[in-house]
Design a protein around this ligand. Structure first.
Ligand code: HAM
Length: 414
């Protein structure tokens, strides 16, 4: 019986995994160079970790199940809530601010399409304990540096959910959240319909519609100031420092973000070449600690959609030099031992495990694109040498083991 993989999931073959690991390596390197350290949280959590802030509505978008004791659990749809739970439970005495990063799979019950999966990976960071614009600047700068270093062409847009939230505050939390969600989806018709339904006053309606269209350089702050009374200092300071750092961005006061916990600056990056699912990074500042029983702790972070980034980035995997050790029947243990010695020097070595003839071992070496074959026969053993065949030039010559290794290593460096 042939069994298909579940909808919205993927298998990754070696070549793709090597590329993914290379992208991951670069992301880690940059995050670590900013002082972020890796953490990990469980793949599943108590359901309420995710419903506390977002309400029961979010259950439809998650993988939710009961364990054998009837506990309600959910596969994590993201990591910000788990990280803040961990922070409250484990990190109360650590010096602030805390800089954490993670690379992990997430699960969302969504309609699969190109770039949108039910199991996907996020590379994210959380900077915990600062409400300064400098914290937002660092996090945005970090996201920008990571995407930029991967050769991605992308647009960065920055907004502030505090602006929309403050004008929506008269609607109450639930209605305001629904409005924010419709704005996030870009569903203007739905937004108009819902505002009609809950009888939003004309004045407020117009303000919402103007704010969500405010997009451009710092001039939009001046425009917004004319419309609402709000303290724009944080956003102004952030814009100034990011310009000074050479981070290219556009302000977009209509960014609402899909998750409910954001309180201040929010940002999104959109990459070229991905079609509808072009958002490769999303983040912003939020407060979740007090909801999970900890002290109020302003935080900021982002998550990069790893799978989407892998689709468009230019990361290339450096091919590793591969050596195939080929032996005559009865000399297998010699093959295994010499293979171990070559491996110790950092090379990739494969030996025959199929009890094949020398000829078949040789054609396998060529099929897997080995760079060199090392042949061990009775004559070689007797003379204390190995025969090395360069699989590219087809040249073949007997040499001492050490010389062979030096030859392989020089190819690796070249
Ligand atoms: P998010 O915008 O929901 O934010 O997800 C972050 C990124 O994950 C998105 O920009 C997108 O690239 C990727 N992503 C989301 N859903 C899918 C999917 N179904 N398939 C493939 N990629 C997907 C968060 O999750 C927040 N926790 C980010 C954050 C961290 N905010 C503060 N700290």
């Amino acid at each position: 019986m042939k069994i298909e993989r579940p909808r919205g999931t993927r298998d990754f073959l070696p070549e793709e995994m090597e590329r993914r690991r290379e992208v991951e390596r670069r992301m880690r390197e940059i995050a670590e160079s900013f002082g972020y350290r890796e953490i990990a949280t469980p793949t599943f959590e108590h359901l309420e970790l995710f419903t506390l802030k977002s309400g029961e509505g979010i259950v439809d978008e998650m993988y939710v199940f009961a364990d054998k004791s009837g506990r309600k659990l959910a596969l994590r749809p993201e990591l910000t809530a788990p990280v803040m739970r961990m922070f409250v439970n484990e990190c109360s005495v650590m010096p602030r601010p805390l800089r954490f990063y993670y690379f992990a799979n997430c699960f969302r019950y969504e309609r699969p399409q190109k770039g949108r999966y039910r199991e996907f990976w996020q590379f994210g960071v959380e900077l915990i304990g600062s409400d300064s614009y400098l914290a937002d600047a660092e996090v945005i700068n970090l996201a920008y540096r990571i995407l930029d270093s991967l050769g991605i062409k992308f647009e960065l847009q920055i907004g502030h959910v505090g602006i929309l939230r403050s004008i929506l505050s008269s609607l109450g939390t639930e209605r305001a959240s629904k409005v924010m969600r419709l704005i996030d989806k870009g569903d203007k018709e739905g937004l108009l319909g819902y505002m009609d339904e809950i009888r939003v006053e004309q004045d407020l309606r117009e303000k919402v519609l103007s704010i969500i269209d405010m997009k451009g350089d710092e001039g939009v702050i001046e425009e917004a100031k004319k419309l609402i009374s709000f303290d724009f200092t944080h956003l102004e300071n952030l814009s100034r420092i990011l310009r000074e750092l050479g981070v290219e961005f556009e302000l977009n006061l209509g960014i609402a973000r899909g998750l409910d916990y954001y309180t201040g600056v929010v940002f999104e990056c959109y990459a070229e070449g991905l079609g509808a699912q072009k958002q490769v990074c999303g983040g912003g500042s939020y407060e979740l600690s007090s909801l999970f029983g900890g002290p109020k702790t302003p935080s900021t972070g982002f998550a990069i959609g790893f799978d989407r980034v892998c689709e468009v980035c230019d990361a290339k995997v450096k091919k590793r030099t591969t050596v195939a050790v080929i032996s005559f029947k009865g000399l297998e243990s010699h093959a295994f031992r010499i293979a171990d010695r070559i491996r110790e020097r950092g090379l990739r070595v494969v030996v025959d495990v199929m009890e094949r003839s020398v000829k078949k071992q040789m054609s396998f070496a060529s099929e897997i694109s080995a760079d060199y074959a090392v042949i061990i026969g009775p004559e070689e053993i007797e003379k204390g040498v190995v025969t090395v065949k360069d699989m590219t030039t087809q040249e073949q010559r007997a040499m001492k083991e050490e010389e062979a290794i030096t030859t392989f290593l020089s190819r690796m460096r070249g």
